[in-house]
Design a protein around this ligand. Structure first.
Ligand SMILES: C/C=C/C(=O)SCCNC(=O)CCNC(=O)[C@H](O)C(C)(C)COP(=O)(O)OP(=O)(O)OC[C@H]1O[C@@H](n2cnc3c(N)ncnc32)[C@H](O)[C@@H]1OP(=O)(O)O
Length: 257
């Protein structure tokens, strides 16, 4: 791996963007992330992924310097499609992905964070979609995901002013789960990741499927899926273990089966 560092401990894989100075998401970085996700998907030592950035920022977005190598319209469309596919892979990933955001998550950096399932932010972090400042628009599905999190009015304001909001504001707007002082960010995000890693991977992946269904399916279809998955999880070994552990007044030992 050239741009990503991975450290797996106690069922949590911490993935660090390491591309100074701003962790800009070049095509090569996004390709590497996509490949890494394929590996982590089948890695039984990993139940939760924690993403964060080395240096001053989480990520300052797509690599603006790389933009100067793109001439044709089709090439630019393809760059956007390729980025969208990686964010979609994150969102559809069968294990929880948490973004721990400090410094800045701008443009593609925020689009990537919005593809994650949970965002923990530093109180003073800057989150925004400043593409209109460049005469462009967001292209890694930011127009759609930001709108889902904060609503059309606030998404319009954030894109049209190109101004970021703080971590504290991101929580107020429903874009992030929790804001903490920057020096506590990794500790808080890791504690959350560890807590989630103790749950059964069978029930976690079922809830992930259902969370995504909430975005893509009508209510009545999604609740049918919920009933089907409830049945599947109920008869799983982990389902039996969880209920038995409650009856026996002990902690469950989930095996992921
Ligand atoms: C489909 C997706 C589209 C997109 O994502 S478009 C990109 C959207 N993102 C942005 O527009 C953010 C651009 N960056 C900034 O606004 C600022 O930077 C920051 C707020 C992140 C930091 O500002 P400060 O603290 O004053 O530092 P600094 O000197 O501007 O940047 C440090 C170094 O980082 C490089 N850099 C920053 N962002 C990017 C980027 N997105 N792509 C490529 N390089 C970037 C700079 O050039 C510079 O580098 P050097 O020290 O060599 O001059």
């Amino acid at each position: 791996m050239e741009f990503l560092k991975v450290n797996t401990e106690e069922l949590v894989a911490t993935v660090t963007f390491s591309r100074p100075p701003a962790n800009a998401l070049s095509s090569a970085v996004l390709k590497e992330l996509s490949k890494l996700l394929d590996q982590l998907k089948d890695d039984e030592r990993v139940r939760v992924i924690l993403l964060h950035g080395e240096g001053r920022f989480f990520s300052a977005g797509a690599d603006i310097k790389e933009f100067t190598t793109i001439g044709a319209r089709e090439q630019a469309t393809e760059l956007a499609r390729a980025g969208q596919q990686v964010m979609e892979k994150l969102e559809q990933f069968p294990k929880p992905v948490i973004a721990a955001i400090h410094g800045a998550a701008l443009g593609g950096g925020l689009e990537l964070a919005m593809g994650c399932h949970i965002r923990i932010v530093a109180e003073n972090a800057k989150l925004g979609l400043p593409e209109l400042q460049l005469g462009l628009i967001p292209g890694f599905a930011g127009t759609q995901r930001l709108t889902r999190y904060v609503g059309i009015g606030k998404a319009a304001e954030m894109m049209w002013t190109a101004e970021p909001i703080t971590g504290v504001e991101a929580v107020q707007w429903g874009l992030a789960n929790k804001a903490v002082p920057e020096e506590q960010l990794l500790q808080e995000a890791s504690a959350l990741a560890n807590k989630i890693a103790q749950k059964s991977p069978v029930s976690i992946s079922a809830t992930l499927e259902l969370l995504n269904a909430a975005k893509s399916q009508p209510f009545h279809e999604a609740v049918q899926l919920e009933a089907e998955l409830f049945g599947k999880v109920f008869v799983s070994e982990d389902g039996k273990e969880g209920v038995q552990a409650f009856i026996e007044k002990r902690l469950p030992q989930f095996q992921g089966k």
